[in-house]
Design a protein around this ligand. Structure first.
Ligand code: SAH
Length: 370
């Protein structure tokens, strides 16, 4: 008995950089310059239906519709906070879900995007970390978040601009190639043309990834999640410190090639009674001595399941003052979208907190040791 051949799977071109798109188009025997038109339709205009790409020859349009597809994360829900912060919940092709956040007027418009479903880093104060890692996102799923937000918010035009922070779910340097490909796609002048200086990638401190990032022609700004001023403290808060310790991380930051006037941002989550003492502040200034950096303090966004407390404002200010007095540039991150659970470290989906991955004892262990 013979059965009809299964229809060939269509190629998803969402995550292809322009040069790859040109190569794939050549395989179909079509002239290369059409790739730029297709790329502009998808990324700049937000059109994914080949039939609607009106400057392409009709036969090519039907050919593409048969052979190719443009997968786009499906928007499931949008929650708008009282402060205007908007959380986007997306479903991906395999049914997994991710979140992205739009933060208006900070002073620029900012998109916070995810790089993984869940995260493997298990930082003690982060809810996403408690999910564990489900999987890496593809380049198309990462750029797709930017594409959907830009078009949904009317920010894709040449007159508009937005910043991107890769600070949502996941560790971007753990999913290096897909993240960098996605950033090159959103940066491409034929598409959304987001300049690298408007993009910031935040890492838990994967040293080999930082070294590699320093060699990238399209290089975003670097933010490093420090969170501690000495090795023991960081081992407990950021478990990956046991592999890439503070000493190695600081050395990598010192070597990182910064463009003129640019600086590394060091994120430091403030946990009441754990890493928010004047001694911590002073150790931090010594640690960062000789690095072109600035510090972004993140008073903990507390949540059930996170075994730490947020310090009072006075304590945050005192910590910030010690740093500023030593000549460091300090900012305190305003917590945005807390009412819709869109703040840092709060992005989880599917009630996906797996108790087994959680480390509720970290605070206690830390309190005992300090
Ligand atoms: N994996 C990347 C991106 C993480 S999210 C990284 O580690 O940098 C961006 C920032 O939010 C990180 O500095 C992260 O440590 C911080 N964060 C996580 N949970 C938080 C919480 N509950 N409150 C405040 N900041 C938190």
């Amino acid at each position: 008995m013979t059965s009809a051949p299964a229809p060939a799977r269509r190629l998803d071109i969402a995550g292809l950089e322009l040069a790859e798109l040109e190569a794939r188009l050549a395989e179909l025997g079509a002239p290369k310059y059409h790739a730029r038109q297709i790329f502009a339709w998808i990324h700049r205009r937000g059109v994914t239906d080949f039939a609607a790409m009106s400057d392409l020859p009709k036969p090519l349009r039907s050919r593409l519709a048969e052979a190719w597809t443009v997968n786009t994360p499906t928007l499931i829900r949008k929650d708008v906070s009282t402060d205007g912060t908007t959380k986007y919940l997306f479903e991906l092709g395999d049914g997994t879900r991710i979140e992205s956040v739009f933060i208006p007027d900070t002073p620029a418009q900012t998109f916070c995007i995810s790089s993984q479903v869940g995260c493997a880093m298990a930082c003690a104060f982060c809810l996403t970390g408690k999910m564990g890692l489900t999987r890496h996102l593809t380049a198309g799923e990462i750029e797709g978040q930017v594409r959907v937000l830009a078009h949904d918010l009317g920010l894709a035009g040449p007159e508009t601009a937005f910043n991107i922070v890769v600070m949502g779910m996941g560790e971007p340097l753990h999913n290096y190639d897909a993240t960098m490909a996605a950033l090159r796609i959103v940066g491409d002048k034929a598409g959304l043309a987001v300049p690298a200086r408007r993009i910031t990638l935040s890492t838990v401190g994967l040293v080999p990834g930082i070294e590699k990032l320093g060699q990238e022609p399209f290089m975003p700004n670097l933010a490093v999640s420090l969170h501690a001023s000495h090795e023991d403290q960081r081992n407990l808060l950021v478990p990956v410190n046991r592999k890439y310790d503070l000493e190695a991380l600081i050395a990598a930051c010192k070597r990182f090639p910064l463009k003129r006037r640019s600086r590394i941002t060091f994120e430091y989550v403030l946990l009441k009674g754990v890493n928010d003492t004047p001694d911590d502040a002073r150790r931090l200034t010594r640690l960062l001595d000789g690095i072109k950096g600035k510090i972004n303090l993140l008073p903990l966004n507390a949540a059930p399941g996170i075994p730490f407390e947020r310090p009072e404002d006075g304590r945050v200010d005192a910590f910030a003052r010690i740093l500023a007095d030593k000549g460091l540039t300090v900012s305190v991150r305003k917590s945005r979208g807390r009412d819709i659970r869109a703040a840092c470290g709060q992005l989880i989906v599917d009630e996906g907190v797996r108790g087994a991955r959680a480390k509720p004892s970290a605070a206690q262990v830390l309190a005992d040791r300090l």
